[in-house]
Design a protein around this ligand. Structure first.
Ligand code: LCS
Length: 394
């Protein structure tokens, strides 16, 4: 099924990556095994040499993992994908595969805190330098490019500001300078945004979020466009070892079947909640890609099939008022992570983006009073009623 490029993405969510298996199961079986038997010494040797196709050892490849990977690759319109133990494992594997000591990275300022810290405090130990810029401003991206720049790393919409980058403009600039564009597509999922269509080279996801969608798995994925890159990345991932396991792959694959209807519902709910928040007298500002007031509304309209489930906002009373709301919600849950069926609320400056430090946060537009909402698929009135009563106390 994964070869049928004409299917609608909702049908691909259900059918892509599902192959033929012994006994004809409709769902790929869970091959919960670390290793695979060889028919003979010669057979084992030839599998290792790559002369024959087949499974060897689960860190190298596993049929349950491959079925899930092929699904995500089909949704993104890529060649193949590589399942990883977490979103951070996927991001680290991309850096390890593409960068050498002495290289330089241009990265969006507003990215998930540990991504920023990985570049600034871990990759820097390997003599890899990073310039963080507001990538929604193409001039800033151009100015940041150096002769040794190898990657432009974009998170769009960015976590948690929702800063939206024009992927077409950045990819064009990168191509001229022989630089790879890596896009973290976690916030939209391939149902709402497919970065390859706008010229990106590599896509990564935290599958912990919308792709799995049920807040019960930590996982990541890398999607690539060609065989050579895939082979190089597969070898790198095999040496680093941050692979996903078969059971988590099964859960993510099951979650993806409902991705299209979930993204539709997340978007419908979030649009109504963003309108409610924007008209509320206690709210200072709301950022949501579906609002006309959104700073990069035109780019969002071009890149997104719907505005998604993530909202950030600040109360007129700043951090103190925001804390009152977070401490008084009863239906929404105060927790980090995002993209699940349940509505979550959290405070980036003291939680997900704490490790970045205040200066880097402020420069990225992550104010101390910013509150982030991951809108679930519950009935929208229940979410709004809860926010209403919590806002009354602020
Ligand atoms: N990329 C983005 C955009 C993310 O939001 C996250 C996690 C990651 C990568 C890393 O993925 P993980 O290793 O956790 O699977 N974001 C989180 C957040 O905003 N709250 O908790 C985790």
């Amino acid at each position: 099924m994964s070869e049928n490029k004409n299917l609608d993405i909702a049908s691909k969510c259900v059918h892509a990556g599902v192959g033929e298996y012994e006994h004809g199961p409709v769902v790929p079986p869970i091959y919960q095994t670390s290793t695979f038997k060889f028919e003979s010494a010669e057979h084992g040797g030839s599998l290792f040499k790559g002369e024959q196709k087949g499974y060897i050892y689960t860190r190298m490849q596993n049929p349950t993992v491959e079925a899930m990977e092929d699904t995500v690759a089909a949704l993104e319109g890529g060649y193949k994908a590589l399942g990883c133990a977490s979103g951070m494992a996927a991001i680290h594997t991309v850096f390890a595969a593409l960068l050498h000591a002495g290289d330089h990275v241009v990265c969006s300022k507003s990215v998930y805190g540990p991504t920023s810290t990985l570049l600034a405090s871990v990759m820097s130990n390997f003599n890899i330098a990073t310039t963080f810029v507001n990538t929604s401003d193409i001039k800033k991206v151009e100015e940041a490019i150096k002769p040794n720049t190898k990657i432009i790393y974009i998170e769009t919409p960015g976590n948690p500001t929702l800063e939206t980058t024009d992927l077409e403009l950045v990819s064009e600039l990168a191509r001229k300078n022989n630089i790879q564009v890596v896009v973290d597509n976690t916030f939209m999922s391939p149902v709402l945004q497919r970065p390859f269509e706008f010229g990106a080279d590599i896509v990564v996801h935290s599958m912990t979020k919308f792709l799995n969608g049920h807040a019960d798995v930590v996982a990541g994925i890398i999607v690539v466009k060609d065989k050579e890159t895939y082979s190089h990345f597969r070898k790198t991932l095999n040496q680093i070892g941050g692979v996903i396991d078969p059971f988590n792959s099964f859960l993510v694959h099951r979650g993806i079947k409902t991705l299209a209807i979930r993204m539709k519902k997340h978007s419908e709910n979030a649009m109504k909640i963003a309108d409610f928040l924007e008209s509320h007298p206690k709210i200072d500002w709301v950022r949501y890609p579906g609002l006309k007031s959104f700073p990069n509304y035109d780019v969002a309209q071009k890149q997104h099939d719907a505005p998604g489930g993530m909202i950030s906002f600040e109360l007129k009373g700043g951090l103190e008022a925001g804390k009152v709301v977070m401490n008084n919600v009863k239906f929404c849950q105060l927790a980090v992570s995002l993209g699940g069926v349940e509505t979550l609320i959290q405070h980036p400056a003291s939680m997900t983006h704490l490790t970045m430090g205040k200066e880097a946060r402020e420069s990225a537009g992550i104010t101390d009073g910013l509150v982030r909402l991951s809108v679930g698929i519950e009935h929208v009135d229940d979410i709004i009623d809860d926010l209403k009563q919590a806002l009354e106390k602020a």
